[in-house]
Ligand binder design. Structure first.
Ligand code: HEC
Length: 239
């Protein structure tokens, strides 16, 4: 039977079998090697498409920029700010003197405010708000050091108990936190809007704590309260 097949055909078949191993061997080799050349994309996918890369120019637009600024008036999803009371603290031409209705001023808010104040503000304004935080003390050390402090200018963080600050409405304080004031930078990039109001509440609590009158304690206490008793009752757990 086998002798019926012509010899050349058998050689051809053997050669074909050997050659059949060559492409898989080449592919296996290439897959195991590193190469600077681009991948061959038989099926185009999204990592290899005709598009403008970040920061690359694009002659299609008159300003030649590839990265397009958002169209004027664009509002990111969830970024619509129609509530001026909440977002600016300024309504009808004046700073608001109430908290936004959407923010409930309760103990939890003040506690949150204290935490945020201690993180973001205390370094400059001090834990009690007198403008004597660590940054200020360090700055004064440097300013007073003749070797480094030559002609250095330093503006002390404002005491929050300064009458000019105490008389400010919540909206104005909110605005200082949001946009900064004079040499103080704004915190809207770091502190979300609700937390900024929480800080306002805590600043108010701080101001009250340093300027409390007996009347603030409410009508339930006897007139003849002496200082010792007053201190004690201040330490009662408030819940
Ligand atoms: C890096 C230091 C620094 C930090 C942090 C800082 N402040 Fe100030 N703040 C200042 C300085 C300095 C001034 C005075 C600015 C001036 O008059 O040039 C000031 C002023 C103020 C004033 C008075 C504004 C006025 O009407 O004069 C308020 C209120 C205030 N800061 C609140 C805050 C609160 C709340 C935070 C935390 C979110 C904060 N600051 C964080 C440095 C700081």
């Amino acid at each position: 039977m086998i002798s019926a097949v012509p010899k050349p055909l058998i050689y051809l078949a053997i050669t074909a079998v050997f050659l059949a191993f060559v492409p898989p061997a080449l592919i296996a080799r290439v897959r195991a090697m590193n190469s600077d050349a681009r991948r061959i994309h038989l099926v185009q996918d999204m990592d290899n498409q005709a598009s403008i890369r970040a920061q690359a120019p694009n002659p299609l637009f008159r300003d030649g920029r590839g990265a397009r600024p958002p169209v004027g008036g664009t509002v990111a999803r969830g970024g619509l700010r129609t509530d001026d009371h909440l977002h600016i603290g300024f309504v009808d031409g004046r700073w608001v003197d109430t908290f936004p209705p959407s923010i409930e001023v309760d103990r939890a808010l003040v506690e949150r405010g204290r935490e945020r104040y201690d993180i973001y503000c205390a370094i400059c304004h001090g834990y009690a708000g007198y403008g004597d935080g660590m940054v200020h003390r360090r700055a004064m050390e440097l300013v007073n050091n003749p070797a480094i402090g030559n002609e250095t200018q330093w503006v002390q963080p404002r005491s929050l108990h300064d009458p000019a600050v105490r008389s400010q409405s919540p909206g104005e304080i909110f605005n200082t936190i949001t946009n900064g004031r004079n040499t103080m930078a704004g915190y809207q990039a770091q502190v979300p809007v609700r937390d900024r109001w929480a800080i306002v509440a805590y600043v108010r609590a701080l101001q009250r704590s340093q300027n409390a009158r007996q009347a603030d304690l409410g009508g339930t206490r006897p007139e003849s309260l002496d200082l010792f008793n007053l201190r004690q009752s201040d330490q009662e757990p408030q819940q």
